[in-house]
Design a protein around this ligand. Sequence first.
Ligand code: 16G
Length: 190
Amino acid sequence: MCLDCGMLLDETPLFEPSLLKELDWSSNSVSFSPPISPSSPGEGLVLRPLCVADFNRGFFKVLSQLTQTGDVTPEQFTKKFEHMKKTGDYYVVVVEDTNLRQIVATATLITEHKFIHSCAKRGRVEEVVVSDVCRGKQLGKLLVSTLTLLSKKLDCYKITLECAPKNVAFYQKFGYAASDETYMQCRFFD
Ligand code: 16G
């Protein structure tokens, strides 16, 4: 943040980066071989909060491997980023290949505020994507472990996600289980 003008600088993180470093990694329910962690995600890789400059580091190229992204302009991206930052409830993390200066993976935790459960928060995991050029480096596992631990640290009473049937076994490793409730949607456009 520019202290003089209050404007976001390109490298301003979406949320406090120390939150990722302070996670209790030893309480993780999955194991990594070779061992990696949020502070050591692998050779030439960095795991950190999203920043505006990631627009030019292929952030959308990665997202487009999950679903349609639309043609987002830098202005639209910055406006959405600012909104997310202001609410304080969006934790978009990215893995950057520091040699290529490209984003190779991303995932998002959103905290939703409730009146129920003593005014609790619910966590939602969204947009978990690892670029096809970076598969086999345990990055999906790293991202989901990181956000699941982060939701606990942020005092969420539960954390949920929607996924394709073929990914159910992957998410079960982290303690996610199919619920009795059915996911429903009303789609207005794609
Ligand atoms: C998957 C994603 C969800 C994303 C959706 C996009 C995870 C765990 N789930 O369900 O976050 O919003 O795909 O699909 O990454 P859509 O474009 O059909 O809404």
